[in-house]
Design a protein around this ligand. Structure first.
Ligand SMILES: *Cc1c(COP(=O)(O)O)cnc(C)c1O
Length: 431
């Protein structure tokens, strides 16, 4: 085993921080950054503590402050998504899904899920959480014209299969899934609708994406670190049914976690408060940026998916890079130029193409947080062209990408420009 010195260890951390926070244009659609204010709230002694049980009724002593913060976070998150009840304990979106699926279905039951081509996440499938719980996945039919669930066929399928529940929302999707359109059919056969908003939670809270709970979904589940720019974690909200909420609540702990990583809760609260103040401006800018980037990439000569539908209504842009050498090679070349994206299967790729799929998935939410607008999207599209179409040396492009990035280092749509007194934070203790 290689042995590292302590200095080397801290060097590696520092190099990573500088690389991703200063030099690179980050376009991974599932990532984001917390504000400095939220980050400060993240670093605390809560990192070391347990608080099993409910606020006020814990199995441990020493929890009087988290007992104030946790209900506050639940309440604010519920308000932001128009739910009656919310729970911020899940330490990831997958844990949140597990608790929900466990309550809605038993071994051998059926759940309808969005087609994989329309973005279903692995946790919705037999290869992930649904499979681990022994619940059978039935994929709804895909309509390649709308790049979405085929509504008419899905309604027939709901009436035939009578699934225990239906999961919508996904990881690679440009247009909202048809919640309203399927809600009546779901209700008529007693199926609950779960909307997995992991990717689009920030857009929903900012009013730039249909709120599934206002359109007939029963439950919203999400990660809190994708378009919602909070600490890594998960949460879920139930529109109305208190009994359903209580059942899921009792399943998250003790079935799927014991420690709920208390330190993410204050940081989540800061982010939720920031989203209350600035979420609308942020979410609208994200969607405008995605649209502009898509147009600029198309103008530069790329094949951008969804052209006939206006390219995108989310934070994502998806491009087909088969002509530029395939997803694997294109993503590596962009990384050499300090642009970070991920390769992705496109709706027409076979699942076996996973190692070298045809596409790239691009998300603009993080760079929007750093203050980039439509003009910067055009600059980014220009870099893509230089690397992938003009075949310039990525190393040469890299330094210009970093110079460009250097103009965008503070986080907008946040409380970071306020003077906040951080009394007795752990920073004082570790100084
Ligand atoms: C990212 C994602 C998840 C998983 O979230 P984690 O917080 O990484 O566990 C679940 N569902 C969808 C649709 C996702 O995109």
């Amino acid at each position: 085993m290689t042995s590292f010195s302590l200095d080397e260890l801290f060097n590696l951390i520092s190099n990573h921080n500088k690389w991703r926070l200063r030099y690179t244009v980050n376009l991974i659609a599932s990532e984001n950054v917390m504000s400095r204010t939220a980050w400060l709230a993240y670093i605390s002694d809560f990192e070391h503590r347990y608080a099993e049980g409910k606020p006020g009724k814990r199995y441990y002593e020493g929890t009087k402050y988290i007992d104030i913060l946790e209900p506050w976070a639940n309440e604010l998150m519920a308000k932001l998504v128009h739910a009656k009840h919310a729970d911020v304990r899940p330490t990831s979106g997958t844990i949140s899904n597990a608790g929900i699926f466990r309550i809605l279905g038993d071994v051998g039951d059926k759940a309808l899920i969005a087609p994989v081509q329309a973005g279903a996440h692995v946790s919705h499938t037999k290869y992930g959480t649904l499979g681990a719980l022994g619940i059978e996945q039935v994929e709804m039919p895909y309509d390649s014209e709308s790049m979405n669930v085929d509504v008419d066929k899905a309604i027939k399928m709901i009436e035939e299969v009578k699934p225990k529940f239906i999961v919508m929302g996904g990881s690679v999707y440009l247009f909202p899934h048809p919640v309203r359109e399927l809600a009546d059919a779901a209700k008529s056969v007693g199926s609950r609708i779960v909307y997995d908003a992991a990717h689009v939670l920030g857009l929903i809270v900012g009013g730039a994406w249909r709120n599934p709970l206002d359109h007939g979904a029963d439950i919203i589940t999400a990660s809190t670190h994708k378009t919602f720019p909070g600490p890594q974690g998960g949460f879920y909200g139930v529109r109305e049914d208190e009994e359903l909420f209580k059942a899921i609540y009792k399943t998250i702990f003790p079935y799927f976690l014991s420690n709920h990583h208390l330190h993410h809760i204050p940081a989540l609260l800061v982010t939720a408060m920031e989203m209350e103040s600035f979420g609308e401006a942020y979410a609208n800018q994200v969607v405008r940026n995605a649209r502009r980037l898509a147009e600029a990439l198309a103008e530069a000569g790329f094949k951008v998916l969804g052209e006939h539908l206006g390219y995108t209504r989310s934070h994502q842009v998806v491009i087909d890079v088969r002509k530029q050498g395939g997803g694997h090679k294109a993503a590596k070349m962009l990384q050499d130029a300090n642009i970070i994206v991920n390769k992705n299967l496109l709706p027409y790729d076979p699942p076996t193409a996973i190692k070298d799929p045809s596409g790239l998935r691009i998300g603009v939410q993080e760079m929007t947080r750093f203050g980039m607008k439509e003009d910067e999207m055009e600059v980014i599209a220009g870099f893509f062209k230089e690397v992938l179409i003009d075949k310039k040396d990525p190393k040469e492009v890299a330094s210009r990408v970093s110079e460009f990035r250097a103009g965008f280092t503070s986080i907008k749509y946040s409380f970071d420009d306020r003077k906040v007194e951080f009394h007795d934070t752990v920073l004082d203790l570790i100084k």
